[in-house]
Design a protein around this ligand. Structure first.
Ligand code: KG4
Ligand code: ZN
Length: 339
């Protein structure tokens, strides 16, 4: 019997719907929200309203593009959290209504699990490699920075996390200080390619164990620019590429130093990254090099599946369906949702 799952992702500012059939991706539609750009960050109230406007056309297109009929859907999956509550409510309510109308089961998905399981996404004709287990994954997004082990039974274990800002937040906040648009990560990445990464030195945290911290770097960057601008009001403009390259190098080193430590202490050689920041070319390049040095098998998600998408929710839900792990109609979204 074929197994077809519709999944919905609405945890932040992307409304996305995807269809997975028998573990293969058939469609993945994402509607982004330009409305936040001029505010320098996501405005939760505006995000919920945009989800409300986008969700029906996005689901409709995902079903059409997959070439299936609504009655072929065997289960409806949704992101339960973590995320913005108003945004999550739109996806959750839609999924509940849709599942009820189709008389099919509901499957809740933890957004963080889904980023990690994006490594198991496949399309017909593009079989790709999937990680062996146990798998060590660095999850780096706008809201989270975590070191996670996927155990042999596919259960997830968190072994490290940021104690303050996430890596994506560090990129975005430092970009804002330089007057770059939101989200700043991709802009820093682009400018860094033309800069000298060794020109400036920024603070790296000294934290024991496998936890991360990025707030010290952000403050160091802010004060350094504030002082430099006092001497030359065009300092940022004249040094933007080098500032971006040096900042990116520091963030990448902070991320990879702990990943190396985690791989050494766990003995795991199946190593990957997941989440929005994995689109960063400096991180991808550094990981390829470190992977070779440490003889790891490296897994980098395809660029289309780094930032938020429903395809990753659908593949996670597929595994949950096979496990018989369903949710009830009274499930509520969770702004905070641990691994
Ligand atoms: O996973 P994601 O789409 O959303 C969250 O769940 O947070 O990640 C978004 C984050 C933003 O902070 C964005 O600046 C960052 O990913 N990002 C990047 C790049 N592309 C996206 N950061 C650095 N370099 C990039 N190329
Ligand atoms: Zn995410």
């Amino acid at each position: 019997m074929p197994l077809t799952i519709l999944a919905i992702e609405s945890s932040c500012d992307d409304t996305s719907a995807a269809i997975v059939k028998d573990g293969y991706l058939l469609s993945n539609l994402i509607a982004g929200q330009e409305v936040h750009r001029s505010y320098g960050g996501v405005v939760p109230e505006l995000a919920s309203r945009a989800h409300q406007a986008n969700i029906v056309p996005v689901v409709d297109q995902a079903v059409r593009k997959a070439g299936i009929d609504k009655k072929d859907i065997d289960a409806v999956a949704f992101t339960r959290g973590p995320g913005l509550l108003g945004s999550l409510l739109v996806g959750t309510s839609f999924a509940k209504g849709f599942a009820l109308a189709l008389n099919k089961p509901l499957i809740e998905v933890n957004h963080l699990h889904a980023h990690v399981f994006s490594h198991w996404l496949r399309e017909k004709g593009q079989e790709g490699r999937v990680p062996g287990l146990p798998f060590l994954c660095l999850l780096v997004s706008g809201g989270h920075t975590k070191l996670i082990i996927v155990e042999k039974d596919m259960k997830l274990k968190e072994i490290g996390s940021t104690i303050d800002d996430a890596a994506g937040e560090a990129f975005d906040k430092c970009a804002k200080i330089m007057g770059l648009p939101y989200p700043g990560g991709p802009f820093i990445d682009k400018l860094a390619a033309r800069g000298n990464p060794d020109r400036f030195n920024f603070t790296k945290p000294r934290i024991e164990g496998l936890d991360y911290s990025f707030s010290g770097l952000k403050t160091n960057f802010l004060y350094f620019l504030r002082d430099s601008v006092k001497g030359n009001y065009r300092f940022i403009e004249e040094n933007k590429n080098d500032l971006c390259a040096s900042l990116q190098k520091t963030i990448v080193e902070i991320l990879t130093d702990k990943l190396i430590k985690a791989a050494a202490s766990s003995g795991i050689k199946e190593v990957g990254i997941a989440g929005g920041v994995t689109a960063n070319s400096g991180l991808r390049k550094a990981l390829a090099k470190i992977g070779q040095e440490h003889e790891w098998n490296i897994y980098l998600p395809e660029l289309g599946y780094t930032t938020d998408n429903a395809a990753m929710i659908a593949i996670t839900a597929y595994f949950k369906y096979l496990d018989g792990d369903f949710s009830s109609q009274d499930t509520v979204p969770l702004a905070r949702f641990n691994i």
